[in-house]
Design a protein around this ligand. Structure first.
Ligand code: FES
Length: 170
């Protein structure tokens, strides 16, 4: 066996690299399986053209297998939402925290009641927002919980304005 230190170092390093390579090859298929499928990635974010919604109307689109409410609020509905004293709210949030500045007419929320997951009905209930038919939770025109058993406001998803009328959700 050679006692040349340089040769010994070379063999050691090469063996180490071989072992590391084997580990990488073993892990790769597992990591590959953990990546979301292409169709899942496509559903993770969606674009929507808000010009399809008219004032006073709600459109429901599907996002990540859930209904997404896109509501074009009237000036009266916006004012009602803004005038609420948030100290009176169960889940205190200002209207400004739930919409984008300069686009206050659009409210975009996940249409799933935060009580047990039913889909609330548009424009019903004392506060003009939504009424959940399952156990009577009432949301206002900002999607905030006002009556009934639901603990939280309707969820506002992450979204951005790509243009004045086009949003990307997720
Ligand atoms: S699921 Fe909406 S009130 Fe119970």
């Amino acid at each position: 066996m050679s006692t040349d230190p340089n040769r010994r170092d070379f063999i050691y390093i090469a063996a180490g690299a071989g072992a590391a390579g084997a580990v990488v090859m073993t892990l790769f298929p597992l990591i590959g399986q953990m990546n979301p499928a292409a169709d899942t990635l496509a559903l993770a974010s969606i674009e929507y053209d808000l010009s399809k919604v008219t004032e006073g109307q709600q459109v429901v689109i599907k996002w990540r297998s859930k209904p997404l409410f896109v509501r074009y609020r009237t000036p009266k509905e916006i004012k009602e939402a803004q005038d609420v004293d948030i100290k009176t709210l169960r889940d205190p949030q200002t209207d400004a925290q739930r919409v984008k500045a300069g686009h206050e007419q659009y409210l975009i929320v996940v249409g799933v009641c935060t009580h047990l997951g039913c889909v609330p009905n548009f424009g019903l209930g004392e506060y003009g927002g939504w009424l959940c038919p399952c156990h009577g939770s009432v949301y206002d025109t900002s999607g905030r919980i006002r009556q009934g058993p639901a603990p939280l406001n309707l969820l506002v998803p992450d979204y951005t304005f790509l243009t004045d009328t086009k949003i990307k959700v997720g």
